[in-house]
Design a protein around this ligand. Structure first.
Ligand code: GUN
Ligand code: ZN
Length: 436
């Protein structure tokens, strides 16, 4: 039950705005309490302040969880991940299209079975909580049962999650392909059963242009037009072989993005994973619609897709989110995603500050997904999803930590060296759901 009130005493860090690209966070973009108090009530944040300031206002006898020496931040958000690919992470040596055919599609066939979908949903959520991720936008398989299993498992843990059934009606094994409008009807049923239930939201999920007919993409656009509260997730311009294939399949479109535009799929709640091979005109069109690109650095390096141009997106005001893209990605951890993003940035002359990275994992991702009214920062009324970070999570981390003198140094070392050992506890709706 989360019907009670308690206080977390710890070092607290939360962003209120984009900290910018500078070595120091922009004025007013961040709140930091060296000895802070986070007051939780009924699964939400009631107040946040210095402990010494809050202590006299607290009710007599309120439970205080003493996490002094730990760093508490809003729960991490993963804007693009495939739960059904958990067990094919690190399958050797292919680029996108071969990897899909050899590993991914055969694996996704097994999610026709409800028991398998239940087991992997729970294993996936266990792993997410172990790495401090409390919200994600998730691809299921094309089987409605894979979505029911996932949403049920999320409900049991009171998690805020977005997910959807993959839509595919061509160029995939028959066992995974929808009847064009049958897939749409299945989607409508899932929306009516799950969208807005508990903390769940439905994300329309056409896999990518090559595996849907124009008719199926158009029908998906119809669903999005009819209900502005739905999300949409797909893939865009990840790999050169994919680009050639899209040009062949959609000769009526002048570029890959136009395939999606023509079907009405590009809007403020649309997430396009990857977007490696784009020109500035495509980035501007995405920005004008308020869509976001999911930067998936560990996946882009694993599948040899290319180096995401973060600052080119930023230049035109295009929202970027951070994502693991497991099973193309090699790590579920948001900290590992930031480490990979830093490395990609270095190869492009665009290093990522810890301020920008940790803002991205929390409020940045929440804003781009239109969830910032509920999660992503610490403020009264926000849902109490947070992570308790142990800066001394391993002997080496403790050594490195002992040498840091500033908050900036500590956060950067955490971003580059941190992993599941750095996550002491993960809380959702004011309850501890994972303890290391
Ligand atoms: N493009 C289409 N499907 C997929 C997928 O499952 N993973 C990745 N990384 N790219 C895709
Ligand atoms: Zn993906």
């Amino acid at each position: 039950t989360n019907n009670d009130s308690r206080v977390i005493r710890a070092e607290l860090l939360s962003f209120d705005a984009d900290p910018g690209e500078g070595d120091k966070p922009a004025e007013g973009s961040m709140r930091h309490y060296a000895d802070g108090a986070l007051w939780l009530e009924n699964g939400r944040i009631k107040a946040i302040d210095d402990y010494a300031t809050m202590a006299p206002r607290l009710p007599e006898g309120i439970e205080t969880v003493d996490h002094r020496g730990k760093l508490v931040m809003p729960g991490f958000i993963d804007s693009h991940v495939h739960y059904v690919q958990l067990e094919i992470m690190a399958s050797y040596g292919r680029q996108l299209l071969d990897w899909l055919n050899e590993y991914t599609f055969p694996e996704e066939c097994s999610f026709a079975q409800r028991e398998r979908a239940d087991v992997i949903s729970n294993a996936f959520l266990d792993e997410m909580l172990r790495v401090g991720t409390t919200t994600a936008q998730v691809f299921c398989s094309s089987h409605p049962t894979s979505v029911e299993a996932f949403f049920s498992a999320c409900c049991e843990r009171d998690l805020r999650m977005l997910a959807g059934k993959v839509l595919m009606d061509r160029n995939a094994p028959e066992a995974l392909c929808d009847d064009t409008y049958g897939g749409i009807r299945d989607t409508e049923l899932l929306i009516s059963d799950w969208h807005g239930t508990a903390r769940l939201g439905y994300s329309l999920t056409p896999r990518f242009a090559p595996t849907s007919t124009r008719e199926q993409l158009d029908a998906t656009g119809g669903l999005l037009r009819n209900d502005e509260s739905l999300w949409l997730q797909t893939h865009l311009s990840e790999n050169p072989g994919e680009l050639d294939w899209v040009a062949e399949l959609f000769p009526e479109s002048r570029d890959y993005l136009e395939v999606y535009e023509q079907s009405g799929l590009v809007g403020p709640r649309s997430t396009f994973a990857h977007g490696i091979h784009l020109d500035q005109d495509m980035r501007t069109r995405l920005a004008d619609r308020g869509a976001n690109l999911a930067f998936c650095p560990s996946s882009n390096m694993f599948l040899g897709s290319g180096l995401f141009d973060r600052l080119a997106a930023r230049d035109v005001g295009l929202n970027i989110t951070y994502a693991s893209d497991v099973g193309g990605g090699t790590d579920l951890s948001g900290l590992a995603t930031l480490k990979a993003a830093y490395q990609v940035g270095q190869l492009r002359g665009q290093p990522l500050t810890a301020w920008q990275g940790l803002y991205g994992l929390t409020l940045g991702n929440a804003k781009a997904l239109s969830l910032n009214g509920k999660i992503g920062r610490f403020a009264p009324g926000m849902e109490a999803d947070f992570v308790v970070i142990d800066p001394d999570g391993s002997p080496l981390l403790a050594r490195r930590h002992a040498r840091c003198t500033t908050l900036g140094e500590r956060l950067f070392a955490l971003m580059m060296l941190g992993d599941d050992r750095s996550i002491l506890e993960t809380w959702t709706s004011g309850c501890c759901q994972h303890r290391r």
